[in-house]
Write a protein that binds this ligand. Structure first.
Ligand code: SAH
Ligand code: SF4
Length: 374
């Protein structure tokens, strides 16, 4: 097979060290990698022809063997509150289009992008619509990085290097620690000053509690950690977050405190989705306070986002406030997550990557193209 026919390497998936190895393998000097990084991550340029300081031959060669290709946008939705959601193509499987979602949440002084790490998720948490769709596949590093790169470009990041995305959270579809191989280089690119140059406090990985990978993460990086706890005892957590049957709460918390020690981190955020009558009672708040008091822990209470076919209900505003106030009274900082983008299904756990396949149907005498939900 000729080089031109081989799949091109998507440079968005390469760390600076890997990019350097890539250009050296093409017979180029290592500093070419630094030039490429500036074009890709400071000027948001993907067309090699526009990278004028690279020399004509190298530009031509790169166009043959490489590409800078973010995921393709299937559709874009803008919420009345400024939140934007993109449905992104993630290939086909079993004759069906697959998609992932990325959500941009603008706030004063910052812009947070919530990204996906897998198509679907195997962990099957009882209240999550991504889990309900099952697992399709892991995203590649270029697809994870590509979400942030694309959002920056679509949101007008400019040639002067200004960025729209100031914070990245891996809280979209999928369990990031179940796709460690691709997530780690993505995290490295988010932090690297030659690439996205985000501070470690502005990159948050959320996990449902894959304990061995939390220890590994502590060795490999120092991003902020969020842990989806959702229940203060094993009996309840076994039901809500099935991975708890393999890694119970005591093991999970030990891994969390290790992560903090190893990273000299400030605190771990524990996510707790409020389910009416299930985990939102005063006794749950008491148990939770006992688990976390005295540790560098914050609790983020998430209003449950209902979806079709799910048996849970959102807790009342009074129950959420009482839960929050009790935790705070016991010295455990607790906040309530403001829901954003409700009108476009952009909220946590709603990211199911529903894709609309185009198909043609007969309507009277006419054939018309319609969108069919698959
Ligand atoms: N798999 C990772 C990250 C993706 S889920 C994890 O579980 O942490 C991101 C967050 O959304 C998690 O805290 C998850 O528990 C929460 N979530 C899932 N479904 C939800 C729903 N229907 N309503 C509110 N939050 C939900
Ligand atoms: Fe997977 Fe997270 Fe959803 Fe659980 S909450 S099914 S781990 S995406």
């Amino acid at each position: 097979m000729s080089a031109a026919a081989a799949p091109r390497t998507n440079l968005l998936g390469l760390t600076p060290a890997e990019l350097e190895a890539f250009v050296v393998a093409l017979g180029e000097k290592p500093y070419r990698a630094r030039q490429l990084l500036v074009w890709i991550y400071k000027r948001w340029v993907s067309d090699f022809e526009a990278m004028t300081d690279l020399g004509k031959d190298l530009r031509r060669r790169l166009a043959e063997v490489a590409e800078v290709r973010p995921p393709e946008v299937v559709s874009e939705h803008a919420s009345a509150d400024g939140t934007r959601k993109w449905l992104l193509r993630a290939g086909r499987s079993d004759g069906r289009e697959q998609a992932i979602e990325a959500v941009f949440i603008p706030e004063v002084g910052r812009g947070t992008l919530c990204i996906s790490s897998q198509v679907g998720c195997a962990l099957d948490c009882a209240f999550c619509s991504t889990g309900a769709q099952g697992f399709n596949r892991n995203l590649e590093a270029a697809e994870i990085v590509g979400q942030v790169w694309l959002a920056n470009r679509l949101l007008g990041a400019g040639p002067a290097g200004e960025r729209a995305v100031t914070n990245v959270v891996l809280m979209g579809m999928g369990e990031p620690l179940a796709n460690y191989r691709a997530v780690l280089p993505a995290l490295q690119l988010f932090l690297d000053d030659r690439a996205f140059d985000l501070s470690r406090r502005r990159v948050t990985l959320s996990t449902s509690g894959l304990v061995p990978q939390i220890y590994r993460l502590a060795e490999d990086t120092n991003v902020a950690l969020a842990v989806s706890l959702h229940a203060p005892n094993d009996a309840l957590r076994n039901e809500l977050v099935p991975i708890n049957r393999r890694h119970p709460i005591a093991e999970l918390l030990a891994a969390c405190w290790h992560y903090l020690d190893a990273q000299n981190g400030r605190s771990i955020t524990f996510e707790y989705v409020m389910l009416d009558g299930v985990n939102d009672r005063p006794e749950h708040a008491r148990e939770l306070a006992q688990l976390l008091a005295g540790h560098d822990a914050k609790v983020n209470l998430i209003p449950f986002n209902p979806f079709a076919g799910n048996r849970f209900r959102r807790s009342s505003a009074e129950a959420v406030t009482a839960f929050r106030d009790y935790l705070n009274s016991r010295g455990v900082t607790a906040t309530v997550r403001r829901t954003r983008g409700d009108d476009i299904d952009a909220a946590c756990g709603q990211l199911a990557g529903r894709v609309h396949d185009r198909t043609t149907v007969r309507l009277g005498q006419k054939m018309v193209a319609v969108e069919v939900q698959t």
